[in-house]
Write a protein that binds this ligand. Sequence first.
Ligand code: ADP
Ligand code: MG
Length: 230
Amino acid sequence: MATHTEQLTRVAVQLRGLTRSFGGRTVLDGIDLDIPAGQFVALLGHSGSGKSTLLRAVAGLDHEVVGSGRLTAPERVSVVFQDSRLLPWRRVLDNVLLGTDGEDRGREALAEVGLEGRERAWPNELSGGEAQRAALARSLVREPELLLADEPFGALDALTRIKMHVLLRELWKRHQPSVLLVTHDVDEAIVLADRVLVLEEGRIGLDLTIDRPHPRSYRDPLLGEYRERL
Ligand code: ADP
Ligand code: MG
């Protein structure tokens, strides 16, 4: 168990001078970024600004990135993408468990995302929202310290998206991972995150702490109404 001081100073992500170029074009231009343990961060930016490139680097999926940094142990990092990336030839529960054991934990995770009873369904029997729930469950069973999400709700309709916002925020409260959520939806960023970053010209152009409870109270009546139908 971490001591209180360790808890306060632990960082999930610490980037120094992170730089990435493609064919001489610099996409990430010396990024410094600290994400404390447990913080929910949203990363905004225009299409092509380098959000996915940054996320891939943080995930350790990019070996050509330059700079230094420190990350949570890679085995404690989970990534969720815009498409669920469920394996179509495996049932939902098997997708969630992939590479892990503990069937009970898998069932629990599915229940947590509202997919109780769908353990034996095939991925193509799920709606887009349900598939993303399964993807979140697959992340959860790994008990990530850092959850990376690249526009995870970008392909969903507006109402399903709101339900997913409620779900993600509840999962975050319960499990307290650090989250880096890439989105181009300003509303999504403000509703969900405690800190919003904007990527501009290869740098963090804006680093904004969201003042609670004001922006969330604006949304709460709406979220409250949908919570009952989750
Ligand atoms: P975003 O996710 O913000 O839309 P990306 O990180 O996907 O942006 O891409 C940022 C820029 O880097 C884009 O101009 C894109 O074309 C370029 N890029 C990303 N990945 C590659 C790659 N593997 N090869 C060449 N260019 C790339
Ligand atoms: Mg992208």
